[in-house]
Write a protein that binds this ligand. Structure first.
Ligand SMILES: C[S@@+](CC[C@H](N)C(=O)[O-])C[C@H]1O[C@@H](n2cnc3c(N)ncnc32)[C@H](O)[C@@H]1O
Length: 246
């Protein structure tokens, strides 16, 4: 990359826009969305919809220049790095003209977000760009509120884990923590239901899908779920001891 590129300045705001309901976008995030002209949005596929874009569009007061950046769903690190770098370059080009822009992400930007990799790539390749991260309401906060499930009280401890096919670390966390938040459930719903049954935690588990969105579902009897798609955009909260319903 030429040195001129490295000298690009400007500010990128990494905004969390919450789980879906525009009412759950923070005042600070909305102020920034209304101030900047360009809003970058992450997308997994060319022909897909960006959830973060829909939330930002509903939150802004006037039309904005939305630029979609593709981040494919792959575990191929080399491929991902090339997408992070081209996204970082695209942002740098825009900042050269506009001085400031936003990158939006669902939930909170520092929880399992592509933004984290983008931030690292920008820091490394464009050290003069100022990066400001604005927190958002995470999906698990919205899921807990909708499900009436306090996350932790007193000296209780909580773990947040992604569901992986090999269930890495899940059994241990479910034994050790008072509350376990399972994210990235997706197509792994069947295997996690089997584990929760085996550990006699199924009755202490609540699945919330599309939390804070129009199609929100709160499922308290998750063993009844047959449809593989039920895991899509879902969080499962598992409590070691179930409190009385709130
Ligand atoms: C890549 S992570 C992004 C997490 C996001 N940064 C956050 O703070 O919520 C995607 C996972 O977040 C969870 N998720 C995101 N939005 C959700 C929603 N509205 N309802 C339930 N789960 C959601 C799902 O577990 C999904 O697989």
């Amino acid at each position: 990359m030429c040195d001129d590129y490295k000298k690009i300045t400007g500010t990128l705001y990494g905004l969390g826009v919450g789980p879906g309901d525009p009412g759950l976008v923070t005042v600070r995030a909305k102020e920034i969305l209304d101030t900047v002209d360009t809003i970058f949005v992450p997308k997994a596929k060319d022909d897909g919809r960006s959830c973060a874009r829909s939330i930002a569009e509903a939150a802004v007061s006037k039309p904005k220049n939305f630029i979609e950046l593709i981040f494919p769903m792959t575990k191929d690190r080399k491929k991902l790095e090339s997408y992070w770098l081209s996204a970082a370059r695209r942002i740098a080009r825009e900042l050269k003209r506009e001085r400031q822009a936003a990158f939006v992400t669902i939930g909170d930007p520092f929880i399992y977000s592509t933004y984290i990799y983008l931030l690292e790539t920008l820091r490394k390749n464009f050290p003069n760009i100022e990066l400001k991260t604005i927190p958002g309401i995470s999906a698990f906060n919205a899921a807990a509120a909708s499900g009436g499930l306090p996350l932790v009280k007193g000296d209780e401890r909580m773990a947040i884990l992604p569901v992986t096919k090999d269930l890495k670390g899940l059994r241990k966390a479910l034994k050790e923590f008072d509350t376990v938040v399972l994210m990235k459930v997706g197509s792994k719903l069947g295997i996690i239901i089997r584990l929760l049954k085996e550990m006699k935690l199924i009755k202490n588990s609540v699945l919330v899908s599309h939390a804070g969105q129009a199609g929100e579902k709160i499922i308290r009897d998750i063993s009844s779920l047959k449809d593989k798609k039920s895991g899509y955009l879902s969080v499962i909260i598992v409590k070691r001891k179930m409190d009385n319903k709130i």
